[in-house]
Write a protein that binds this ligand. Structure first.
Ligand SMILES: Nc1nc2c(ncn2[C@@H]2O[C@H](COP(=O)(O)OP(=O)(O)OP(=O)(O)O)[C@@H](O)[C@H]2O)c(=O)[nH]1
Ligand SMILES: [Mg+2]
Ligand SMILES: [Zn+2]
Length: 339
């Protein structure tokens, strides 16, 4: 296996020549499970752990190795294990708010070219959640693709209705409809996967992420779950794992998320609401908050029906959450410095 098959580019090679010591080698993190990593390069996969020195040098959990990272490593004498000394800067990332009220982030994956956001047509479908994933993608500089799975469980009319619900709020992202049962949509997904590129699957538990990967590999590479009659998944996948596909390209499986704790910078919010943004340039006041100002073009567009009320509400909600979270980040930093 060449590094190029694992997605290396000149940019990472340049970073490595600057940040790795001469005796260190470059490898990609393919799995992380409670601090224990697996890394891969030309010589195959071995377990690896970050050195204490590196761990102590990190400020937050985000800075520690995560799946998809390029790292500088030293192999032990047996060549059966390695230590991680540096994590190279990330070109893109997916992260979410850590559980609980703190404003820290949890990395989902790094150096991702495209995120496959999977929602099941059955029970799991939720447009607001889709929008949250889109904001997450945008904030991490990752191109999104929507996958509506389990189409075998709904009628053609129902499916059309779901797609219409996505389009009506202004989401223009490409959608692939998929049934792992009948194979519908699988070819389109295969065609979207390119050599040397990295893809990450996200979505609720039980929507068929691991089943999709098994379809792509043609093997039972991953364990898949059974779904309870309520339609809720059971969190079959427990660790994040990067799989190299025979056809070229890599795909990362992640455990289903219960909630996409939105923690996004306002920068991330704006791009997914291009329509609102373009109306806002017509507002009378440049600092218009689009809530009650006279001459507000956004409010006018809603009145005239050009802008969907629900989409606008999501926009406000995300704006508020991101403003709140940004403040709490700064507050926390200040607090940390004082004590
Ligand atoms: N009817 C139907 N069932 C599917 C489809 N895809 C997956 N399933 C079933 O749904 C269940 C859950 O699939 P998984 O692939 O384990 O789901 P997951 O998204 O990986 O779930 P987590 O690992 O818990 O996040 C399994 O019983 C699959 O057989 C599909 O397209 N149609
Ligand atoms: Mg799974
Ligand atoms: Zn306005």
């Amino acid at each position: 296996m060449e590094l190029i098959e694992l997605g290396i580019s000149q940019w990472f090679t340049d970073q490595a020549s600057e940040l790795c010591e001469p005796e260190q080698r470059i490898a990609r993190v393919t799995a992380v499970d409670r601090g224990q990593c697996i890394i891969r390069n030309e010589d195959g996969e071995v377990p690896a752990k970050a050195t204490n020195k590196f761990m102590n040098s990190t400020e937050t959990a985000q800075d520690r190795p995560c799946v998809g990272d390029w790292v500088c490593v030293i192999y032990d004498d047996s060549n059966n294990a390695a230590t991680i000394h540096t994590v190279l800067p990330r070109r893109s990332f997916l992260r979410r708010k850590s559980a609980g009220k703190s404003s820290s982030f949890q990395m989902i994956a790094a150096n991702i070219d495209m995120i496959f956001i999977v929602q099941s047509c059955h029970k799991d479908f939720n447009v607001s959640r889709l929008e949250r994933y889109l904001v997450m993608a945008n904030e991490g500089h990752v191109e999104p693709l929507l996958i509506l799975s389990k189409t075998d469980l709904v009628s053609a009319e129902q499916l059309e209705q779901l797609i219409a619900e996505i389009r009506v709020v202004g989401i223009t992202t490409r959608i692939i409809t998929l049934s792992n049962l009948t194979g519908e949509g699988l070819d389109q997904i295969k065609a979207s996967i390119a050599f040397g590129k990295t893809y990450c699957l996200v979505g609720s538990s039980g929507v068929g992420k691991s089943t999709l990967i098994n379809q792509l590999t043609g093997q039972n590479t991953l364990e898949t779950g059974t779904v309870s009659t309520s339609g809720e998944g059971r969190h079959t996948t427990v660790r994040r794992q990067l799989i190299v596909l025979e056809q070229g390209g890599m795909i990362i499986d992640t455990p289903g998320m219960r909630e996409v704790g939105v923690l996004v910078a306002s920068e991330g919010t704006d791009d997914n609401f291009d329509d609102i943004h373009s109306f806002s340039t017509l507002c009378r006041f440049t600092n218009c908050s689009h809530t009650n100002e006279p001459g507000c073009a956004v409010l006018k567009a809603i009145q005239q029906g050009t802008l969907h009320q629900k989409h606008y509400k999501n926009y406000l909600k995300l704006k508020m959450e991101s403003a709140f979270n940004n403040t709490s980040c700064t507050d926390k930093r200040k607090k940390g410095k004082k004590s």
